[in-house]
Design a protein around this ligand. Structure first.
Ligand code: NAD
Length: 258
């Protein structure tokens, strides 16, 4: 159980962030929900509060690529709860699909700003709080794109390899303070982000793109958000005492196929 633990989830408004926030609430954790979309953020907060009325929840609107906004969500968390036991550094975007030579440089920079710098700022401002407590658990959102290449998604792949690397460094530098940092590498999990990717691949028939992709997976299906949520909740809990600096694939075995 996670009763009285305080967990920050970024990108909590939908997809994997929302599924994980619900899983953490089901285990009794108090929540700091962060998203840059205030509408989905407030909907998520209301839905979780309704299902888990005993859990204390605050929401903070923040774009994780904005350093001041990250400082602010950390300050708000400490002000509300006094501690931060876990951080799910989850907010991220896919960018557009285009070859390296045709990729829009501004979109490239935006993907790096959110996926790489956003995770870095989270580490930078949450770790000092955890160091003082001599306790913390951090999960950073990488991807199978943090383990191998993905056609036409170069900035995404670059940012997710960086997330895996930053997780290793944080593990080395702060393991002595009781702070364990890991990354997860999901394959295709059916969230709004992935639904949008299938629409881009086949605008006329996104469902066809989805089943074609599923057939390439050893399990012949896509993953579900609650399956990722359970892994993240484990890594953020006291059940994880000695896993540190790993990038854990949750992809039905897909990353073993290449
Ligand atoms: P999603 O698009 O369904 O949800 C992402 C959430 O993050 C949204 O609520 C969005 O508003 C928020 N967000 C985006 N940019 C933000 C920013 N700059 N600041 C604050 N909030 C922001 O995405 P998802 O599929 O749930 O993915 C979540 C994370 O998991 C991402 O980092 C993604 O790269 C990673 N991931 C997802 C999959 C998958 O199959 N779904 C696979 C591998 C990795």
């Amino acid at each position: 159980m996670m009763k009285n633990k305080v967990m920050i989830v970024t990108g909590a408004g939908m997809g994997l962030g929302l599924a994980t926030a619900k899983e953490l609430a089901s285990r009794g954790a108090n929540l700091v929900l962060v998203d840059y979309n205030d509408k989905v953020l407030e909907e998520a907060k209301a839905a979780i509060a309704k299902e888990y009325p005993a859990v204390k929840i605050i929401s903070v609107v923040a774009d994780v690529s904005n350093e001041e906004a990250v400082k602010n969500y950390v300050n708000e968390a400490v002000k509300a709860f006094g501690t931060i036991d876990g951080l799910y550094n989850n907010a991220g975007i896919e960018g557009k699909q285009a070859s390296i030579t045709e990729y829009d440089v501004n979109v490239f920079k935006k993907v790096i700003d959110i996926n790489l710098m956003g995770v870095y700022y989270g580490l930078r401002y949450v770790i000092p709080v955890m160091q003082k407590q001599k306790y913390g658990r951090i999960v950073n959102a990488a991807s199978v794109g943090g383990i191998r290449g993905v056609l036409n998604q170069m900035p995404y792949v670059a940012s997710k390899h960086a997330v895996s690397g930053m997780s290793k460094n944080a593990a080395l530098e702060y393991g002595r303070d009781g702070v364990l940092t890991n990354a997860i590498a999901p394959g295709a999990i059916l969230t709004p982000m992935v639904a949008e990717a299938f629409r881009e691949v086949n605008p006329a028939d996104p469902k066809a793109a989805e089943s074609e992709y599923a057939q390439r997976n050893p399990t012949k299906r896509l993953g579900q958000p609650h399956e990722v949520a359970k892994l993240v909740a484990f890594l953020l809990s006291d059940d994880n005492g000695y896993i540190n600096g790993q990038t854990i694939a949750i992809d039905g075995g897909e990353s073993n196929m290449y």
